[in-house]
Design a protein around this ligand. Structure first.
Ligand SMILES: [Zn+2]
Length: 632
């Protein structure tokens, strides 16, 4: 179905977070890296949420919910210190990070602040050991060109990344604080994006500008895109954590689809006369109905002395199985609410029963017990009385919202482009000044330094790569997006190797090798440079480059010369090559005498097999022709 996004009043704003590639973290000297394996240090904290950050749906419940949580932080000494553990005040701002953000701000024509003030933004999920995230506005009111359109950039901020969640067991959440304090740039656009495609193009343009600084990290997990999306008669939805750019258009498309379907459901519910007050928080203990059930989930719950609690949703029959986006129904949305607010594993509802071991007879008994009419739906939860009640309360609230339309929410992105309920939308974040860090004046000298080294804008650079080096559009684009963009120009300048040869190796060959599992990051840029230097001098051949590169990736400490020796890929001298050709002609004397034209192909085949990677084909063929013509 063709969707007219403009007519729907679609408005999307993007918030792009990208980790900066600095040598230390934002507020200490730790390495801005993640660690693998077992932590050296762990410490436990309890959440202390503040009243100002309560949610909208049920503030009291949200408060209680957060209060019960314990956080186990994991750390190692290389990637965190007392600053991340909140045992020592933060050090002054990392100026390397400040300079990168200033560079981006100037490239986006934004107005810089006079003085940088670090602020605290309350965070209540435990992802910051301090209970707040440190952030500072560096510039405002910028703009970027996306095709023909000008997209306003509202703010450009520098902030610290949060700790990363690594697990949860009941009320205990695990976070690793290695990521905490890695500098992030945050670029926020105005909500002027009106289609899924435009969302992708805008993010792509911002990404190119960020990479042009040469100071941002690359790879999965280093960039996170948040969106706010609304359509007319729908609601403003925040979507957090889209990790892949390619996913953006799909996320927007699905969110529009979800809101349209929720609006339709609301209209239909109203039409058949369902009212919010009809959805009562009246729960039925239906444990007895399932005393001998074959449903594994319920049987397990009952064996742990839990109960089965039921909620009646009047006239909701058929609505819970309505698909909002692929494989995602209104019932799924209710289950997400139940999981979040009631900490339960999930729900059952009559739109999907009998199933999961629950029989027709049990459903009939359930209906009698809850006294439902045929057009009603029933939702079941098997858990402790307290959790089950909280879960069904949330389901009842979600059902009432379904009558109203689309509820405002913060949702989290799934890897397939769909989203799931994350939490109620918090009010505008409250900011407090960070008194531990002195403000930084943006001096004339600092600005001059940055202005003189300002990178080219991506579109200018693309044009230059095409004109100066004769690259085609595709290669030029690939080189520009590659982390070898700078190296490419140095190699071409210093080695006289054909630019296209260099570009193809640094983009397509590298990509192919990576796909085959070669750890390309193990080969330093210096070694790549050295390989091309030898190629330029004729001491190495194009055909040998790949093999040498792979060997170097497995022998991190070895030199290019040693790789050539180990693989026996040193270019042959003319004399050596001549000897091989003469020997080959001699051992095929008979054919050479009979038919020189036929002999050429044969000799060429044999010689090339022997000298592959050590001589280039055109020299070999030329020499063979010469030797054959001299042959009696
Ligand atoms: Zn540290």
């Amino acid at each position: 179905m063709e969707v007219n996004y403009e007519k729907l009043g679609l408005k999307v704003g993007l918030e792009i977070h990208q980790q900066l590639d600095t040598s230390t973290k934002l507020f200490c000297n730790c390495k801005p890296q993640l660690f693998k394996g077992e932590p050296e240090i762990t410490f436990l904290r309890r959440l202390r949420p503040t009243q100002s950050e309560l949610g909208q749906v049920d503030p009291a419940a949200y408060f209680e919910f957060q209060k019960g949580l314990k956080i186990l932080y994991e750390a190692n000494s290389e990637t965190s210190c007392l600053v991340e553990m909140d045992e020592e005040p933060p050090h002054p701002l990392n100026m390397e990070a400040v300079e990168t953000v200033l560079t981006v701000a100037l490239m986006m024509n934004a107005e810089l602040v006079d003085e940088i003030h670090v602020m605290r933004k309350t965070v209540i999920d435990g992802s910051n050991t301090t209970g707040f995230q440190r952030t500072c506005i560096i510039a405002m009111n910028g703009e970027i060109k996306v095709g023909e359109k000008t997209v306003p950039i509202q703010t450009i901020c520098l902030e610290e990344d949060a700790a990363r969640k690594t697990g949860r067991e009941g009320n205990l959440i695990r976070y690793r604080i290695d990521r905490l304090g890695i500098p992030l740039i945050e670029v926020t656009t105005a909500p002027v994006i009106h289609s899924p495609k435009e969302a992708e193009e805008t993010a792509l343009t911002i990404g190119k500008i960020l990479r042009a600084t040469g100071k941002v990290k690359r790879g999965l997990g280093t960039i996170r895109q948040d969106l706010n999306i609304s359509i007319e008669n729908g609601a403003l939805i925040e979507i957090k954590g889209v990790q892949e750019l390619e996913l953006l258009p799909l996320v927007v498309k699905y969110e529009v689809q979800r809101q349209l379907n929720l609006i339709k459901i609301s209209e239909e519910l109203k039409k058949i006369g369902v009212k919010e007050e009809d959805v009562k928080e009246e729960f039925f203990d239906v444990t007895e109905v399932f005393r001998n059930t074959n449903c594994k989930v319920i049987r397990k719950a009952l064996s742990q002395n839990k109960i089965v609690l039921a909620l009646k949703l009047p006239k909701f029959k058929g609505f819970l199985k309505r698909e909002l986006v692929p494989n995602f129904r209104l019932g799924t949305e209710m289950a997400d609410y139940a999981r979040f607010w009631g900490k339960v594993g999930g729900i059952f509802h009559t739109d999907e029963l009998p199933a999961y071991g629950i029989t027709k007879e049990e459903v009939e008994a359930l209906r009698r017990k809850v006294k439902t009419e045929n057009q009603d739906a029933i939702v079941l939860v098997a858990d402790s009385p307290e959790n089950a009640k909280d879960a069904l309360k949330a389901v009842a609230e979600r059902a009432r919202q379904a009558i109203r339309g689309v509820p405002e929410e913060t949702r989290a992105a799934n890897p397939d482009g769909t989203t799931r309920y994350m939490r109620p939308r918090p009010g505008a974040a409250r900011m407090y000044p960070e008194t531990d860090i002195p403000p930084i004046k943006i001096t004339k000298e600092l600005l001059e330094k940055i202005k003189t080294a300002l990178p080219e804008l991506p579109e200018q650079k693309l044009k230059r790569l095409i004109e100066k080096y004769g690259l085609n559009m595709k290669l030029a684009n690939q080189i520009m997006d590659s982390e070898y963009a700078e190296l490419f120009e140095i190699i071409v300048k210093e080695t006289k190797v054909q630019p296209t040869t260099v570009a193809v190796f640094l983009t397509e060959t590298m990509k192919a090798l990576k796909r085959e599992g070669v750890q390309i990051e193990k080969v330093s840029k210096d070694k790549i440079m050295e390989m091309f230097r030898l190629l330029g001098k004729g001491e190495l051949f194009k055909e040998a480059m790949q093999e040498i590169f792979v060997w170097l990736s497995k022998h991190e400490k070895e030199s290019v010369q040693n790789a050539i020796k180990a693989l026996n890929l040193k270019a042959l001298s003319k004399e050596e090559l001549e000897k091989i050709i003469n020997d080959t002609i001699r051992s095929n004397e008979k054919i050479v005498k009979e038919n020189k034209a036929k002999a050429f192909g044969l000799i060429m085949g044999i010689v090339m097999k022997e000298v592959r990677g050590k001589a280039d084909a055109s020299t070999v063929s030329q020499l063979i022709r010469q030797k054959l013509s001299e042959h009696p």
